[in-house]
Design a protein. Sequence first.
Length: 279
Amino acid sequence: MKKILILIYLLVVASCSNIYSPNGIQGKDAKKEIRDLVGNLGIINFPLLLSSGASSSFVCPTESTAIIGSNNASTAANFTLPGQNAYVDLSSTGGTLHFRSNANSSTTTIFSVRILQTANTLSSATCTYTSSGICAGAIGTGISIFTTASVSVSASECLAIRCTNAAYIRIQQLASATIPTTTTTSFFAAILAPDLLDSVSGIEDDKYYTKDSFEKCKEGVTNISLIQSSFTSSAFSGLREVSNCNKPASAVPQTVDSTTAAVLQGNECKLEEVNFIGF
């Protein structure tokens, strides 16, 4: 009889680790804290989202490869029209300067021509363009570029630009000028990320886990979220430049998507269960 009572006592004690543990944390509480932590860490990305839009006052960096204009109105071609996911910069340093492209070797192509706001130039600079019958001869006044123009250049035709004051111009094919947006896939990935984290971690609602393993889990989740934020910051910096400075969408750096982050965070949260007496 005494042995039976001892056995019953041990079974009751052993099961107590899944009923209550003063030195542990229950799985459902751990999952809630992890979700709250991930949500709070995600808030730091909001200012990046708000500042990613286009702005007429954004100062675009210039590039040393920019083509300097010619004071000769009958200049030969001094730049080549850019292909997909590429661009060409033109720099008018003051006075009346001229730019002429090589003949368009493709079919009719539409180019985005934008006068950029830089440290030394304004987006309101006075420039015009001509895109027909201009592969030779003098470059005169053409159609005004009001900051941005969509210019169609037919096959074998050239694009000529004339500026009468300091200006910095960037040209790219319009097809590659689309600003990246959140896709349906990434939208659903962000929604499903918390459930994916729970699934990968394997935390069970009714079990108790050690506080030490839970603290290590939160530290790992925080570190991964900070890495993700760093990539996001880089991506939004690139997005601001793409939005304001007429760069191809391919220039935006890649981010760490929500699905990948959730899997990494789940692996950091393989919690250790408390022992049979709840420690």
